[in-house]
Each structure stands twice: as C-alpha cells, then as structure tokens.
Design a protein around this ligand. Structure first.
Ligand SMILES: NC(=O)C1=CN([C@@H]2O[C@H](COP(=O)(O)OP(=O)(O)OC[C@H]3O[C@@H](n4cnc5c(N)ncnc54)[C@H](OP(=O)(O)O)[C@@H]3O)[C@@H](O)[C@H]2O)C=CC1
Ligand SMILES: Nc1nc(=O)c2c([nH]1)NC[C@@H]1CN(c3ccc(C(=O)N[C@@H](CCC(=O)O)C(=O)O)cc3)C=[N+]21
Ligand SMILES: [Mg+2]
Length: 303
C-alpha cells in the first residue's frame, strides 16, 4: 500500500493566491495586529510566518510585544484601544499568556468581529450552532486539507486526541458538522489505542513528540498531525529518524529537530498524512489570512 503526503505548504499557497486577488480588489488595506508576550517557541514560529504571509498578500501586519510583567488590566486596556481602532480588522492574542494573566478575561475582551482566532464565546457559540462565524484557524485548516485532498468525512470514524479550546474541541465540532462520527480522547481516556485503532481519520493535538506509534493506527488510516515539538535528545531523535538521512543532517547541524505528535513509523502504515513541518501549520497561517480578509469585509460592509 502506498502512502500519500498531504502537502500543507502547497495547499496553503493555493489559498493565499486566492486571497491575494481578493485583497487587491478591496480598495483598502486590511490590518492584523498580534499581541505576543514571552518566548513560546511555537508562537515565535507563528508570528514569523504570519509576518511573511501578510507581506505576500498586502495585509498590514503589526506586532505588539509587551513585557511579560504586563497585568490583565493593562492588557484589557490595550485590547480596548485596538477594538476602537478602525484600521485594525483582526486582533490575535498569542497563547499561552503569562501565568498571572487572566486568559479568559483577555480573550473575551476582543471584539467578536475582530476575533480572527475564533476564540471569543460568541464565535464559539456561532460555530457550535452552525451559524457563519470566524472559526479557529488550525481546525479550519485541518478541514480544508481534508477537503482539498479529496478525503471524505461523510460517515467516517474520526478520532481526535486532545480537547483544547484551540484545537481539539473545535476540530471535533467541525468534523461532526462534516458528518464524521467523532470520538474525542484526552488525558483521562482509558484504553486510548482501542479508540485510535478504529479511526479512519486520526487527528492528534497533544504536544508530545512522536506519541502516536504504529500499533495505535489502523492500516490505511488518514493521519493529521497538529503537534509541534522540538526534540534534542539524541536517543529520541535516533529512534524516530535514525533511517532518515535528511532529518539526521538537520539534527547534526542544529542540535534539534521539529516534529509532530505522530511517530514516522506510524505514518508508514497510513494511506495519507500531514508532515511536520509543512502540514497543518502552513494551513493555520493561510486560515489566519482568510479570517483577516473576512473580518475586514464584514466589518467594513456593516458601516
Ligand atoms: N500546527 C498548528 O498550527 C498548531 C499547533 N499546535 C500544537 O499542537 C499541540 C497541541 O496544542 P494545544 O491543543 O494548544 O495543547 P494543550 O496542551 O492545550 O492540550 C493538549 C491536549 O492533549 C491531551 N493530552 C495530553 N497528553 C495526552 C495523552 N498522553 N493521552 C491523551 N491525551 C493527552 C490533553 O488532555 P487533558 O485535557 O486531559 O489534559 C489536552 O486535552 C502542541 O504541540 C501545539 O504546539 C497548536 C496550535 C496550532
Ligand atoms: N492565539 C493563538 N492562536 C494560535 O493559533 C496559536 C497560538 N495562539 N499560539 C501558538 C500556536 C502555535 N501555532 C502555530 C501556527 C503556525 C505554525 C507554522 O507556521 N508552522 C509551519 C512552519 C514551521 C516552520 O517554519 O518551522 C509548519 O508547521 O509547516 C506553527 C505554530 C499557532 N498557535
Ligand atoms: Mg488559531
């Protein structure tokens, strides 16, 4: 049986090209502002790629990098100002926030019509009741990969590992809307492998390098790897990539490799999978661009 690599970079390029012509037709420049606090490596990758994509598409991109000592109140004031600023179409607050900040309060403060992350309760509610909304970028990207790769969700057994508000929960919601039969697994799930082995489509978003192994996967399943992990331990790198000359070269050069939550040995038994990097992450960026354009159109048309 052959295994297909689902090329997120190529699919994202297709979407960005579609968006680019939409932006050119607008007659104004959409604006996206990101608030990034601290040194989370996944967030740093996200911001770097976001800046690049905005440049490509003609979207104005602004980064605000407050000190890690910023208080919840100061952050709320900052968001208020962005809510009022007519040149700002999208606001994204990078997670995780420092421990002393009240994350829920902060996310709830973002105006729903500027909430390009789709994290505001109004948008979560709209998604769960099937109303048009700004939807979370990573889950929307997962659905977009499946669609554009011709992978049917209708009646499929879909298993999601992870129940975060950012990925696990919304992706399960969207798969349900796409007529898959969905199981959500998490840290308290018993006999995890019994669930995962039933999956026609397995979505993994836990944040543990190579956690899903070949014995947990039904041969021929479609694997969607959301995880982004940096691995530097030599034995671990060897276990996953010992026979992958290119990755071993990267490791020799940089002292670490970036990989997802699924072991390469598990990819080998699948019918199709998203690689890390070059899979879901690339779509997250494309969907952020999509949401920014959508937010700009909706808000400016409403005035
Ligand atoms: N590619 C992309 O665009 C993006 C990638 N990411 C990456 O995806 C990963 C997940 O992110 P996020 O959802 O924010 O993570 P969270 O840490 O918020 O959630 C992790 C989830 O995984 C579950 N989990 C952890 N360990 C296990 C286990 N051993 N068995 C079963 N379930 C387990 C947790 O269960 P419990 O609830 O019981 O604790 C939790 O629900 C990270 O690597 C992150 O960097 C995130 C966003 C975008
Ligand atoms: N409010 C908020 N929303 C998020 O959506 C959010 C967040 N906070 N905090 C951090 C995580 C992580 N995340 C990534 C998005 C894209 C890539 C990405 O571009 N990945 C590419 C490139 C990798 C590379 O350049 O090395 C890839 O996987 O191919 C990575 C990580 C979004 N997150
Ligand atoms: Mg997102």
């Amino acid at each position: 049986m052959s295994t297909r690599i689902l090329d997120g970079t190529a699919i994202a390029a297709e979407i960005k090209a579609e968006l680019k012509s939409q932006v050119e037709a607008l007659g104004y420049t959409p604006g996206l502002t990101v608030i990034l606090i601290g040194e989370d490596p996944a967030s740093a990758i996200y911001v770097r790629n976001k800046v690049k994509a905005c440049e490509e598409l003609g979207i104005r991109s602004v980064e605000i990098r407050p000190e890690t000592t910023i208080t919840t109140e100061e952050l709320l004031a900052m968001i208020d100002e962005l809510n009022e600023d007519d040149s700002v179409d999208g606001i994204l607050v990078q997670l995780p926030l420092p421990k002393h900040v009240d994350t829920k309060k902060v996310l709830d403060a973002v105006a729903p019509e500027k909430d390009v992350d789709g994290f505001h309760p109004v948008n979560v509610g709209r998604l769960s009741t099937g109303q048009d909304s700004l939807t979370p970028c990573t889950p929307t990207g997962v659905i977009e990969i499946l669609k554009r790769s011709g992978i049917a969700t209708e009646g499929a057994e879909a298993v999601v590992i992870g129940r975060s508000d950012i990925v696990g929960k919304p992706v399960a919601m969207m798969l349900t809307a796409a007529n898959a039969t969905v199981t959500i697994c998490h840290g308290r799930t018993k006999n995890l492998a019994e669930h995962t082995r039933r999956a026609d489509i397995l979505v993994v978003a836990i944040g543990k390098a190579g956690f899903v192994t070949a014995d947990m996967v039904k041969p021929g399943a479609v694997l969607i790897d959301v995880g982004i992990n940096r691995v530097s331990d030599a034995a671990e790198v060897n276990r996953f990539f010992g026979d992958d000359a290119k990755r071993m070269e990267t490791y020799a050069k940089r002292g670490s490799v970036v990989m997802g939550d699924i072991a390469p040995q598990a990819f080998a038994v699948s019918s199709a999978y998203t690689p890390v990097p070059g899979g879901v992450g690339a779509l997250t960026i494309a969907m952020l661009m999509h949401n920014t354009v959508k937010a700009a159109k909706l808000r400016r048309a409403a005035k």
